[in-house]
Design a protein around this ligand. Sequence first.
Ligand SMILES: NC(=O)c1ccc[n+]([C@@H]2O[C@H](COP(=O)([O-])OP(=O)(O)OC[C@H]3O[C@@H](n4cnc5c(N)ncnc54)[C@H](OP(=O)(O)O)[C@@H]3O)[C@@H](O)[C@H]2O)c1
Length: 283
Amino acid sequence: MTQTQAQAQKILVTGATGTVGHQVVVELLARGHAVRALTRDPAKADLPAGVEVVQGDLTEPDSLIPALDGVTGLHLITFGGPYFAPLEAGPRILQLARAAGVRRVTVLHGGGPSLLEDAVRADDGVDWTVLMPVEFMANALEWTEGILTSGEVREPFVSRLSAMVHEGDIGAVAAVALTEEGHGGQEYVITGPELLTVADKVTTIADARGREISLVELTEEQAVEQWRAAGHPEDVIGFLLEAYGNTPEVGRTVVDTVEKITGRPARTFGQWAAEHAGAFKAQ
Ligand SMILES: NC(=O)c1ccc[n+]([C@@H]2O[C@H](COP(=O)([O-])OP(=O)(O)OC[C@H]3O[C@@H](n4cnc5c(N)ncnc54)[C@H](OP(=O)(O)O)[C@@H]3O)[C@@H](O)[C@H]2O)c1
């Protein structure tokens, strides 16, 4: 038996069909662990081979009881519906996890108050780690439609700086914290390796797809109009204006968490763009 097999653990990943959760799954599998993935609809879940897919709904915590059976670690999201509605049932989820014998918990911080996150932080019966990523590189996928239809990205605040992070690196930090000693009671801010403006990102995507992209700077009013047309509720629009127009220091400061925790340098936006170049090219 290899060392990896001897240490293999079974982890329950919630949000496993989402941007970050999928990467938590991938990184756990790559480290030789067994993964159980929670989804509200197993028929729609597109997860790697070998993953045990189970049905459950975080807004109905008792639906998690079978899913928690036999797992040593649990990755949690803090929301349970459209537009990241905070989970009210958070404390019950944690209670069930403890009763099932879960030893390590990671929580993907949602940027706002969370009963679930509060319950996790207050629990000294599990080794918890709060993952605090800055802007995801995957957010650039929102530009695919504009790029494919008119060769344009239309954004406000194009000179804003972001330390945005590859979602695979969030997954990698989570995988380590869920399976190795030494990460209990920690909050990890997770960033990429460089600061980029919107203009830098657009140039990087243009290079990756081999075709120019025009960047059209919107006024705040035009941006609000665009977000309303996309169906975003007013509170989300307010959040976006604040996050983009007045990015907090943490969102524009590079830290070395990825390298410290995983032993590998954080992935660049150039790497991300190369991986996703196909999404920005006409079929
Ligand atoms: N985008 C950013 O730049 C950024 C930066 C920092 C932090 N964040 C935070 O990251 C989080 C979003 O993560 P993400 O982008 O990975 O999410 P996502 O891609 O939108 O995925 C949503 C996931 O949540 C699951 N889900 C939703 N409601 C559920 C429920 N009631 N029961 C069980 N599962 C449920 C979905 O599972 P099923 O549909 O399969 O059931 C899906 O896997 C938010 O908290 C956000 O604040 C985002």
